[in-house]
Each structure stands twice: as C-alpha cells, then as structure tokens.
Write a protein that binds this ligand. Structure first.
Ligand SMILES: Cc1cc2nc3c(=O)[nH]c(=O)nc-3n(C[C@H](O)[C@H](O)[C@H](O)COP(=O)(O)OP(=O)(O)OC[C@H]3O[C@@H](n4cnc5c(N)ncnc54)[C@H](O)[C@@H]3O)c2cc1C
Length: 385
C-alpha cells in the first residue's frame, strides 16, 4: 500500500464515483502523478454506495440526456475497459404520470429525447397499468418507458475505476481526510490531510454532499448542500415478475425496483431540511410504507430486510458544477443532485479532458460552469426524483 506522496500533479478529493472515474481517466491518459484521497476506510461509501443504482436516459434537459447517453455506453463497456463488469440490468424505467400538469412537461421531454436519438415510448394509462403490474395505478393518465434504462452496481463501477487507475500508476488512498487547502496569491499550493501535507497546483473537489466544506478557508462559495434521502429493501417477494421495471410514481416521488428477490422502494420527502444527517427518519419511513403499500399491495406479505439513508448533493438548479472556479487550480466536480451515479463515468472523463486539454470535448458542458450561479444562468430540470 502506498503512503502519502509529498507532491502530486493533481489531488482528487473524494473516492466516490466522481473521484474514481476522474483518477482513472487521468491516469489512463498517461498522467502518472495522480493522487486520490478518501477519508473513509473503503471507496464509494458516500452517496455512491447509498444510491439506488438507477441509470436512465429520461431527463428533460439536453445536457443531462447527452451525459446519460455517453455515460450509459461507458457503463456497458466498463468490463472491456477496466476488467470489472458494472452488473448492468436493463429492466427499463417507467415514469407513471397521474397529475395532469406533468403530462405536457413529459411530452416536451419526450420530443427532446427523440430529437437526440433516445427511444423513450409514450404510454397510455392502460399501457402503464399493464407494464407496472403488480403495482396498481388506477389513476395513471399516461407514462413514459425506456427499455434501455435500468440498474447498475455502484461498488463495481467505483472499484473498476479505482483498480484500473492504480494499474495505470495513480495513488488512491483510503483513511486519509483532506483537512484544508492552502493558497498563494489565489492559487492552489498545498492540500493538508490527516496524514500530512501534499504540494500540488491542482485540486479536484469530488467530495459529493460534503463538497462545500473547503469553501470557507479559500473564500469560495460552493453552492452544494447535503439533503437526506432514504430507501428500504424487502425480503423475498416471489410474485414479483422477473422483468419488473424501475417504476416511478412521479407525483409522489415514490419508486420501486427489483433488488435480488425482493423490492427496493424509495420516496423523497419534499420537506426534508438541508443537513448531513444520514440516520433513517423513521417517521418518514412510516409515511413511505403507507404510500408504497397502496401502490404495491404485495408489500403487505413481506418484511423489510434492509434500509439505507444517504445524501443528495444538491445545487440551486439540480445540475452539477464541473470545471474551474475563481481560485486558480481549484476545480469542482460535484452537485449532481440525485443522479450522479449514472453520470460518474462520463463526468470523470470530462473532468480529465478539462485538466488535460483546458476544455471538455466529449460533451458540451459549458453551461455547467461555476459562474452560472452569480450570472443567474440557472438550468431547470423537472425529472429529478
Ligand atoms: C438515497 C439515494 C439514492 C440515489 N439514487 C441514485 C440513482 O438511482 N441513480 C443515480 O445516478 N444517482 C443516485 N443518487 C445520487 C448519487 O448517489 C450521487 O449523485 C453520486 O453518487 C455522487 O457521487 P460523488 O462521487 O460526487 O459523491 P460521493 O459518492 O458522496 O463521494 C464523495 C466522497 O468524498 C469523501 N469525502 C468527503 N469529504 C472528504 C474529505 N474531506 N477528505 C477525503 N474524502 C472526503 C466521502 O467520504 C465520499 O466517499 C442517489 C443518492 C442517494 C442519497
């Protein structure tokens, strides 16, 4: 196991999907002096390891659709690229619409998705009821379904990238907390850590929900807030069809998908206060179970086997911040607001392009810059659950 080096060309803070993908994409392009620091004892135990594993094309902004198109292709190719399968399961994503006001928004999203080559289908209420069974949606008006959406395994993607980055010479450390950044004339010079200090001129902040921590010391407002979300997994439900899709009851922000022989269900609490508490909110879980039982009566035959709470890393417009900041050498790759797992592969690659070439080229992400908040160029996204 390597120790903390004294210098690094790039120091990546955070060993979730974003940090891991960035380390791999830099190291595989021949950059040898890459250091990734993760404060926990394992990689990918932050938001990435607590996520629901969903991967989808169905968004309503062009940039999110394009990021998903590239990222899902990279997830499919992960084994070829790194030797580690992402354990993809293309069960499809079904958005169920039961509120009239969502219908026209989703119709417009569908048009945008089609214009970009994404083959999402429009479904009638009856088609939704057939596809969602044994979920019950008597009130479904319409829905959208994409058979190329589905699930992948967060740990496999993180470790696929970490192991491949190490093979290319990157140093990726666990149990090492970044505690501060030192500047000289507004330029990054050092990273302080729990294991000592590293000299560097380039830092990538990929600390997910904890990204704002470094802002105070270097005089930078990092508009990323932690927001709790939670889910549970049931015991075996033998009646659940093998091809049951990822079902999203959009108006309730309630979702279900198969997890092994049981069901994973989550529901977003829209009154959840900003904060880094990752304990289970038991009161919310009761409301969630009540709503879930109405949609999926089969849950009544099964107990809860596991539960998990984690943090979204929320920005004011639910889009990430990727690129440089007002501090020279300090880059942000954060703020994915609930859909960063699926975008990790491409966004780490784009971050590497920015560091190597000065500009991301695989996807135009110029609108995801840090300055958009000060310049009031926020990007609305409707399909975030
Ligand atoms: C309940 C839930 C469900 C979700 N479902 C989905 C989904 O279905 N699909 C999807 O695409 N996305 C989903 N997401 C969102 C997704 O998990 C995140 O957007 C994504 O994982 C963010 O990755 P990251 O690498 O930026 O952050 P993280 O995975 O949180 O990684 C950041 C890392 O930084 C480390 N760190 C923090 N501070 C320091 C420090 N000072 N020094 C060193 N290390 C530090 C942390 O320990 C952590 O490992 C979900 C999130 C939650 C909470």
């Amino acid at each position: 196991m390597s120790g903390l080096p004294k210098t690094a060309d790039v120091v990546i803070l955070g060993g979730g999907v974003m940090g891991a993908s960035t380390a791999y994409h830099l190291a595989s392009h021949g950059h040898k002096n890459i250091l990734l620091l993760e404060r926990e004892s394992f990689f990918g135990t932050g938001a990435t390891g607590r996520c629901a594993g969903g991967i989808r094309h169905q968004f309503n902004t062009e940039v999110n659709i394009r990021l998903s198109q590239k990222s899902l292709t990279m997830i499919d190719a992960l084994e070829e690229e790194t030797g580690q399968s992402a354990l993809v399961r293309k069960c499809g994503y079904l958005f169920v619409l039961s509120d009239e006001k969502d219908v026209s928004v989703f119709q417009n999203s569908l048009k945008l998705q089609h214009s970009l080559g994404v083959k999402t289908e429009w479904l009638s209420g009856d088609e939704v009821r057939r596809l969602a069974a044994p979920c019950v949606f008597p009130d479904a008006i319409a829905g959208t379904f994409n058979a190329d959406d589905g699930l992948a395994d967060p740990n496999s993607i993180v470790m696929g990238y970490i192991n491949a980055a190490r093979r290319h010479g990157a140093v990726c450390l666990t149990d090492c907390s970044a505690t501060g950044i030192e500047l000289e004339k507004n330029k990054v010079r050092k990273v302080r850590t729990s294991l000592g200090t590293v000299e560097t001129e380039t830092v990538v902040n990929a600390c997910g929900p904890w990204s704002a921590f470094f802002g105070n010391e270097i005089g930078l407002d990092i508009p990323v807030s932690p927001l709790r979300r939670q889910w549970f997994v049931t015991e075996n439900i033998p009646e659940l069809p093998a091809e049951f899709p990822f079902v999203i009851d959009f108006s309730q922000s309630l979702y279900f998908h198969r997890e092994a022989s049981g069901l994973l269900s989550g529901m977003s609490n829209h009154n959840q206060k900003i904060g880094a508490d990752q304990s289970i909110d038991q009161e919310w879980e009761m409301r969630h179970i009540e709503a879930a039982l109405k949609r999926m009566p089969l849950l009544g035959n099964s107990g809860i086997k596991a539960r998990q709470a984690g943090l979204y890393e929320l920005t004011p417009d639910a889009h990430p911040i990727i690129g440089s900041t007002l501090v020279e050498g300090f880059y942000l790759l954060t703020g994915f607001s609930g859909h960063g797992f699926m975008q990790g592969p491409i966004c780490g690659k784009l971050m590497a392009e920015i560091l190597i070439d000065g500009k991301a080229s695989t996807v135009d992400i110029s609108m995801l810059d840090y300055k958009r908040f000060a310049e009031k160029r926020l990007i609305p996204e409707y399909n975030v659950v």
